[in-house]
Structure formats: C-alpha cells, structure tokens
Design a protein around this ligand. Structure first.
Ligand SMILES: N[C@@H](CCC(=O)N[C@@H](CS)C(=O)NCC(=O)O)C(=O)O
Length: 214
C-alpha cells in the first residue's frame, strides 16, 4: 500500500497550506488507495534519521510506494499520474505539456510568490523595502503573463484537468496579498475553478479534521 508522509501537526501559519495537500489532492482525484503516516513538525519528527533516509531535506511530502521512495511534490505528482494513467495524457506530447506546466508552477511562479511571502514573514519594519519592491515586481510580471496564457483555456496544460493544475492552483493559493491577484481575472477564475473541485473539498475537510495546528 502506498504510504504518504504528511503532517499530523504543524504550526498555525502553515496549517491548511502545506505541500502534502498537493499529493492528497492528486490521490483523491485518482481514487488511489493509500495510508497516511502523520508527522509532528514541532516535535521534530521530520528530523529523525529514519525520516531523513526517505526525505534528504527533511521535508513533507514524501511517498513510499512499495519501495519507490520519492520526495518533491512535483515529482510525486508526475509519478502518480504515470502510474495510474490519470491526470496526464499518456502520449509523449501531452506528457511534455504537463511536465512543462509543473515546472512553470514550481519554478516560474512559486519562486517569486514564495519569496515575496518570505520577506513579509520576516520583515516587519520595512528594512528590506528595496528588495521587497524588486521581488514584488518579479511576481507582478508573471501573473499577467499567466493571465494571457489562460485566456480561452480551461486548464493550464491540456484540455483536461491534470496534475499541473493541482500544482499551479496550490502555488497560486500562496498569494497573500489580494491586490496582487485582483487585476488578473483569468488567473483568479482559474484558481477558483480548481478549488471548487469536489476532490479538493473532501481533501481539505479531512485535513482540517485530522491535522493539528500548533
Ligand atoms: N520542493 C519541495 C518543498 C517541500 C516543503 O517546502 N515542505 C515543507 C512543508 S510545505 C516542509 O516540510 N517544511 C518543514 C521544514 O522544512 O522543516 C516540494 O515541493 O515538495
């Protein structure tokens, strides 16, 4: 049985946003049976020798699928899609488009959006104003570009919902400043459409009931 290492307890700020949700969402969409191994972040469960052997950076998520051990949410989702034949086309061209948009989500979008959040987490007194303005401009460039790409498209990579949409929607959910997203109607509508999926709602309800906020 596939094991997913996810949080059983995590700090309040990260609760409901953690990357194990990407894998949980994919598993729910795919209706693939699995068991959750819950780790307590404040109790340092991620820093044990046993967990480090699975996850070199001591992070969530990780999977152990009968001996296939993987970390990195993007790699896990592509593996699950190939294993099940779901949420990704089976032909090389379709698979390449999905891979392209997985990388776009985790690199071109997540990097500036996450960097902006990090500045705001640590910087309360405006001391990094110049750096923050630079990073915000970086984030601001990507969103209209994505908005343009989404015009006339239902999903980001192919005509059907794929694992790339899970990653893209989850990355976009990290936007903390509504003003950043507001001008980009296509991106907002796309994000809302992804999170309206019944599989996501089931996953989130289970997460809220199961994962403790510290
Ligand atoms: N690139 C990794 C990032 C994983 C990651 O940042 N995980 C966070 C939770 S969302 C984590 O485990 N943080 C705990 C820590 O670093 O101590 C992925 O996409 O899976």
């Amino acid at each position: 049985m596939l094991k997913l290492y996810g949080f059983s307890k995590v700090n309040q700020g990260a609760h409901g946003k953690t990357r194990d949700l990407r894998v949980l969402w994919a598993l729910e969409e795919m209706q693939l049976p699995f068991e959750i191994v819950g780790l307590d972040h404040p109790a340092k469960d991620l820093n044990s020798d046993a967990y480090r052997r699975l996850s070199p950076f001591e992070q969530i998520p990780a999977i152990d699928d009968d001996g296939v051990v993987l970390t990195e949410s993007g790699a896990i989702l592509v593996y699950l899609a190939r294993k099940t034949g779901k949420l990704m086309p089976k032909d090389l061209t379709g698979e390449a488009q999905v891979t392209r948009w997985c990388f776009a989500a985790l690199n071109s979008l997540e990097l500036p959006l996450m960097s902006l959040n990090m500045i705001d987490w640590v910087e309360q007194d405006g001391g990094c104003a110049k750096y923050r303005a630079f990073v915000r401009h970086w984030a601001e460039m990507r969103l209209p570009q994505l908005d343009r790409w989404l015009q006339g498209r239902e999903w980001v990579a192919t005509e059907s919902f794929t694992v790339a949409d899970i990653l893209m929607a989850h990355v976009l959910s990290g936007i903390q400043d509504d003003a950043l997203l507001a001008p980009h109607a296509q991106v907002k509508a796309y994000r809302d459409k992804c999170f309206a999926r019944p599989a996501w709602k089931r996953v989130m309800a289970d997460y809220q009931a199961r994962v403790e906020a510290a």
